[in-house]
Design a protein. Structure first.
Length: 74
């Protein structure tokens, strides 16, 4: 995990416990989890919008090609 071993993770946990105290750690974890969830949701929505836009562009491109083929045949 990010190139950190168990000793480093333990040291970080102890320092966080000393700085924030045992009552604030769960609140910080909850806030971090909510922020991560919100970021993932926004990322997924952005990706879906990009895919939707690309599909619409492809559809328009195919429609214009079809209409130009029909015009040439007429």
């Amino acid at each position: 995990m990010f190139g950190l071993g168990p000793l480093e993770l333990g040291a970080i946990a102890v320092v966080a416990l000393l700085i924030f105290g045992p009552k604030k750690i769960p609140e910080l974890g909850k806030t971090l989890g909510q922020a991560t969830k919100s970021f993932r949701q926004a990322s997924n929505e952005f990706e879906a919008e990009l895919k939707r836009g690309a599909a619409e562009e492809e559809k328009k491109s195919l429609e214009s090609k079809d209409s130009s083929v029909v015009d040439k045949q007429a």
